[in-house]
Design a protein around this ligand. Structure first.
Ligand code: AMP
Ligand code: ZN
Ligand code: FE
Ligand code: FE
Length: 274
């Protein structure tokens, strides 16, 4: 069974519509695919319809922007109630935070001599719940400033680079509680990517299990073989589910193809069928 539990559509910063994403997942030979847009469940409805038509199992998911000790951590949530009041309020705060930092980002780019306006970014986020850095990156590509999203992040948009602007993110333990209270399951996305190993230590992961964490995304392209082995060991020790996923973004992320990492069937069943 081919199971991929982390993908994005154009409801956040992927490039496929939810329907295209499902059809591409089917074509890639997946049996189960989770749609996990950033901080939004807007794509669930179209994805469900497409999944029924295509004969593929859809897992309803989300990837929530959170923070732990000031460091950005992404939390995957699955099969929760999408109209749960407390969760909806918190997600709106995150989405508003992403939109409201855009003027400051553009101001910084302009101070570097790049002529860019909000409308240049908006057209890359037509279907998206909020405008994020990847949409700014798309605009920079179109303006000929950089050649792809990765270069835009490396030169301008990642923390420490000149056009990076901080924004609101949910507190990680709080976000785990919100998803759990809404009846869902929680998995930390790419726990050790971009320096997160400094805050997500062995002991800290254990304490997150105590507040309701269900699993760790062990197999992800951001992790080396050594990271994967160490995370697998930690997951075993704390009895956390181990997942593997592509983090597919359509043409927005090179080398993160559907099914490039997979979740084992027994782990999937432990996570979502118990
Ligand atoms: P935002 O939510 O607006 O802060 O943008 C964050 C999103 O940008 C992440 O969820 C990734 O999809 C993408 N991203 C973050 N860092 C990079 C990077 N270094 N290269 C490419 N994409 C990135
Ligand atoms: Zn993304
Ligand atoms: Fe992520
Ligand atoms: Fe992601």
């Amino acid at each position: 069974m081919r199971i991929d539990l982390h993908t994005h559509s154009d409801r956040s910063d992927g490039t496929d519509s939810p329907t295209e994403l499902i059809n591409n997942a089917k074509a890639a030979g997946l049996d189960v695919v989770a749609l996990t847009d950033h901080d939004s469940t807007e794509g669930w409805k179209d994805a469900s319809k497409a999944a029924t038509r295509a004969g593929i199992e859809l897992v309803h998911g989300i990837e929530i922007s959170t923070k732990l000790d000031g460091k950005s951590i992404h939390l995957l949530g699955y099969e929760f109630d999408p109209v749960n009041k407390a969760l909806v309020v918190e997600l709106k705060r995150v989405l508003d935070g992403r939109n409201s930092r855009l003027p400051a980002t553009l101001e910084r780019l302009r101070s570097l001599g790049i002529e860019i306006e909000a409308k240049d970014v908006k057209r890359w986020a037509t279907n998206a719940a909020a405008m994020g850095r990847p949409h700014v990156a798309d605009a920079l590509v179109e303006l000929g400033v950089v050649k792809n999203r990765d270069e835009a992040f490396d030169r301008y948009l990642t923390p420490g680079r000149p056009a990076y602007v901080d924004r609101y993110a949910a507190d990680l333990p709080t976000a785990i509680g919100l998803v759990k209270d809404a009846g869902g399951r929680t998995v930390i996305a790419h726990p050790w990517s971009r320096g997160s190993h400094r805050v997500l230590t062995h002991d800290r992961i254990g304490s997150l299990k105590d507040v309701g964490l269900d699993g760790l995304e062990v197999d992800h392209n951001d992790h080396s073989e050594e990271d994967r082995a160490a995370l697998r060991q930690i997951a075993r020790e704390f009895d956390l589910v181990r997942t593997g996923s592509s983090d597919y973004h359509g043409t927005g992320k090179i080398g993160f193809d559907l099914g490039c990492n997979l979740t084992a069937r027994d782990q999937y069943e432990r996570l979502l069928k118990r």
